[in-house]
Design a protein around this ligand. Structure first.
Ligand code: GLC
Length: 433
């Protein structure tokens, strides 16, 4: 079992809580066809704003309901896009007019959200986009942004008055606001850097990441900082996106704290027509899989333009909550199991080092016996987690003898009922000696 390297931020709660909600909410909820719609469809700023900025009116927005949905799902923290790549700000910032109070929403949308989630005991995380397709000083480059196909000459013209350093200062100003006006912020999630060999991408020099970093650590020394500022060190968490790593995530030969961020259906912002929604069972497995490899899961919701979680999101959150209510003991406080316990076929193991309990998650129902290599003599008691019903350690059935063929004396044979319990993923709880 590996232990992640120590970093400046306080990750102690984070590696315990394991499960958070990502929220992508901005003007892009109105086109409802991906948060990158401005880039994908090369929509000019004035057109985008005339259509969406003037019509952003989330009249059904009730962050209490969002917080409840997250809490009921078993999530322990949330990370919201205070500003995404489009540049639009959810809060009442002093530094731009491109903000929620100037839309028909007419108010700071961030504050009530923070209050609602905190009120339920969830921790607060702010996502902040380094990219900005709206700011007049953001230097336009050919890789990212709505102007990616303009000629070199045209680009030079468009950039004549733009000063990236002023944009970097704008970011510091906004981060100061976010870290001083909304109470304690637990996670700060910058997104993202894209240095390119042609020098036309953007990275630490363009963001002035070192200055930004110093400011963050001064204002919020314990905040958990993600790894997308293009800095070699000082960050706390690696952020694999839309996949689960194969095992521990390493950085320069050392294991690090990590959090996989995943969507329900592919896009992060509300996408009306996307048909690729994952099932509740798959999502439960994704969460288990992350924890079994020592990581967290940040699962995303894209609320609608009227300010609601849509039915597809709600039903999945509810389904996950149903599973979590009875099984969260195999998630909270858990991590990868010690190496001597071999993962049985079609299973995932998690382990709670404090209680010394080991959890076997059955992704496929075994044909009567579960062969546990390396477990013999190490287990005191076994039960299903959902109903605390005992699983006898001594396989007593007359077939057990022949079933043992191929096992060693270190193999423990668990005999399971013929029919799988009616839960998304059955879990066996082992009390270790
Ligand atoms: C990306 C995307 C984006 C999303 C994010 C979440 O880098 O640009 O739209 O916000 O990842 O990880």
């Amino acid at each position: 079992m590996l232990k992640p390297a120590k970093t400046p931020g306080d990750t102690s709660w984070f590696v315990n809580d394991r499960f958070g909600m990502f929220i992508h909410w901005g003007l892009y909820a109105l086109p409802a066809r991906h948060e990158w719609v401005r880039h994908n469809e090369k929509i000019p700023t004035d057109v985008y704003d005339a259509k969406y900025f003037t019509r952003f009116d989330p009249d059904l927005y009730n962050p209490e309901l969002w917080a409840k949905a997250a809490d009921d799902a078993g999530m322990k923290y949330f990370v919201v896009t205070t500003k995404h790549h489009e540049g639009f700000c959810l809060w009442d910032t002093k530094y731009t007019d491109y903000k929620a109070p100037n839309t028909p929403a007419k108010r700071d949308l961030l504050r009530p959200m923070v209050d609602a989630f905190r009120g339920r005991g969830l921790r607060t995380g702010f996502y902040y986009s380094l990219l900005d397709w709206h700011h007049p000083d953001y230097v336009i480059d050919p890789h990212i942004g709505p102007y990616r196909e303009v000629s070199v000459e045209e680009r030079a013209k468009m950039n004549a008055k733009r000063r990236q350093a002023r944009y970097a200062e704008y970011m510091r100003n906004q981060i100061r606001e976010l870290l001083t006006k909304y109470g304690e912020v637990d996670v700060l999630w910058f997104d993202f850097s894209y240095p390119k060999p042609d020098g036309l991408g953007k990275g630490k020099a363009d963001w002035e990441s070192e200055k930004l970093y110093k400011l963050v650590r001064k204002l919020a020394p314990k905040v958990i900082l993600d790894d997308r500022l293009d800095l070699p060190a000082g960050w706390d968490v690696k952020t694999p996106e839309q996949f689960t790593p194969r095992g521990w995530v390493m950085h320069e030969g050392k294991p690090v704290v990590w959090e996989a961020c995943q969507t329900f259906s592919g896009s992060w912002g509300y996408h009306r027509d996307e048909q690729t929604w994952r099932t509740t069972d798959e999502l439960v497995r994704t969460l288990i899989d992350s924890v079994s490899k020592g990581g967290n899961l940040l699962l995303n919701v894209g609320p609608t333009g009227r300010g609601e979680f849509d039915e597809r999101a709600l039903s999945r959150l509810q389904g996950m909550g149903q599973w979590m209510r009875r099984h969260n003991r195999s998630i909270y406080g858990c991590t990868q199991a010690p190496d001597e316990f071999k993962t049985p076929e079609h299973c995932r193991l998690t382990y709670n080092p404090k209680s010394k309990r080991l959890y076997i998650h059955l992704f496929a129902w075994p044909f009567k016996y579960l062969f546990l290599d390396g477990f013999a003599g190490r287990v005191e008691y076994a039960q299903f987690l959902h109903d605390a019903s005992e699983l006898r350690l001594d396989a007593t059935d007359w077939t057990a003898g022949s079933a043992r063929a191929g096992s060693t004396e270190k193999t423990l044979l668990l005999q399971l009922p013929a029919i799988s319990p009616n839960v998304a993923v059955p879990v066996i709880e082992l009390f270790l000696k």
